[in-house]
Design a protein around this ligand. Structure first.
Ligand code: S3P
Length: 403
């Protein structure tokens, strides 16, 4: 795919529905008795993996007026191919650990390379029977009697937290998760909607064994996908984004703090957002903010190149265990495009001296492909992205932004 330098970006659009929420709705819809209606689900590579997975484990799924209706409450032995979706894999490993069934999980080549050690270790602490080699797929989860635990993660991960909470639904006694660095709250928020016995106070979540009941989930737009048109608008003009989920509003607050002209018209847990061309100041992202913006960091590294000053992104070691090593691959691409960027052990250091443009590799990773497409659009000369298909994992209509 050839990306030309963009002269102007002026759009009104609705970003794709939230991937994390759609996957959790599929998993909890399967666990819950009765019917769960998912309005405005994301239909993309990762969510198709999630729906196929829960169907393989006993869920019935129908499409009614564009909504997905899941009849849950039944579980069977099965083989699950989670495709590229680590969220599907980790959440289902937790959800199946205390069920009286045996499930073998595998995934695509990228997922097979990723380290699942953290989720396997903590589920084993709860009593889970998981076999697999070196923390890599394939793994087999054989239902076992689970006990609740008090879990204080040493590295932030919403997926591992989600796995523990879903396992906690079938565990004896109390399960708590206490996060020093908070991660996205979709699992705990949605468990409450499905009727779980759960209490959240600050960074501490307390859960007791619970049965879920089907409910209605209306999925808002995905902030991580909205980030790409927002980045184009901040540099090249204007955009109006409808129905963006606000649970992860840290991106907006951060961009405003560095000079972004962004207006949020909020409607409860979602908002319409107006973004205008702005001058962004050099920045540092660290600590809790790095965890909150984890999926946006490669794109923020691109925006850093246009700030005219030195930027640092740190405390983001988790980037190394995503669909590719996002630190290494972002640095390799942006350097090849003429940017001044260094890899840090847990992030990047960037001199905001602009981007000339050039050919970029996706490494099969949707967020790298999309971030590098934006980099080329904002660059002086433009360039190619080797793989246009991988964006289907989260943002199937992404290339329309460049038409
Ligand atoms: C996700 C959590 C994040 C994020 C991923 C989706 C989720 O991973 O990178 O794309 O839906 O829970 P962590 O487990 O590292 O927080």
């Amino acid at each position: 795919m050839r990306i030309r330098p963009m002269k102007q970006f002026m759009r009104a659009l609705t970003p794709p529905p939230d991937k994390s929420i759609t996957i959790r709705a599929a998993v909890m819809g399967w666990l819950a008795s009765g019917k769960t209606t998912i309005v405005n689900p994301l239909i993309s590579g990762d969510t198709v993996s999630a729906f196929d997975a829960v169907a393989a484990l006993g869920a019935e799924i129908e499409v009614k007026n564009g909504a997905f209706v899941i009849t849950g409450g039944r579980s069977i032995d099965g083989n699950v191919d989670a495709g590229n979706s680590a969220t599907t894999l980790r959440l289902l490993a937790g959800a199946t650990a205390g069920k009286d069934k045996t499930v073998t999980f595998t995934g695509d080549d990228s997922l097979k390379r990723r380290d699942m050690g953290a989720v396997i270790d903590v589920l084993r602490r709860m009593g889970a029977d998981i076999t697999g080699k070196n923390g890599r797929l394939p793994i087999t989860v054989k239902g076992a009697v689970l006990n609740g635990i008090d879990f204080c993660p040493d590295k932030p991960s919403a997926q591992v937290k989600g796995a523990v909470l879903l396992a906690g639904l079938n565990a004896e006694g109390r399960t708590t998760v206490t996060e020093e660095i908070r991660t996205r709250t979709h699992t705990e928020d949605m468990l409450a909607l499905f009727g779980a016995d759960i209490k959240v106070e600050g960074g501490r979540i307390e859960l007791y064994k619970s049965k879920l009941s089907g409910t209605l989930i209306d999925v808002p737009g995905d902030m991580s996908s909205a980030a790409y048109p927002i980045a184009l608008a901040l540099n090249k003009g204007y955009c109006y984004l409808k129905n963006v989920g606000l649970t992860r509003r840290e991106l907006i607050d951060f961009l405003v703090s560095i000079g972004g002209d962004i207006e949020v018209e909020s409607k409860g847990d979602r908002a319409d957002i107006t973004v205008k061309k702005s001058t962004l100041a050099p920045f540092t992202i660290s600590g809790a903010l790095s965890a909150a913006l984890i999926d946006e960091l490669p794109l923020l590294a691109v925006l850093a190149c246009f700030t005219g000053g030195k930027c640092v992104i740190k405390d983001a070691g988790g980037l190394k265990n995503k669909e590719c090593d996002r630190i290494k691959c972002t640095v390799a691409n942006l350097r090849g495009m003429g940017a001044e960027i260094e890899a840090l052990p847990d992030g990047f250091m960037i001199a905001g001296t602009g981007i000339k443009g050039g050919n970029a590799l996706s490494y099969g990773d949707h967020r790298i492909a999309m971030s590098m497409a934006v980099a080329n659009a904002l660059s002086a000369c433009g360039g190619n992205i080797d793989d246009e298909k991988c964006v289907e994992i989260s943002y199937p209509s992404f290339w329309e932004l460049f038409e």
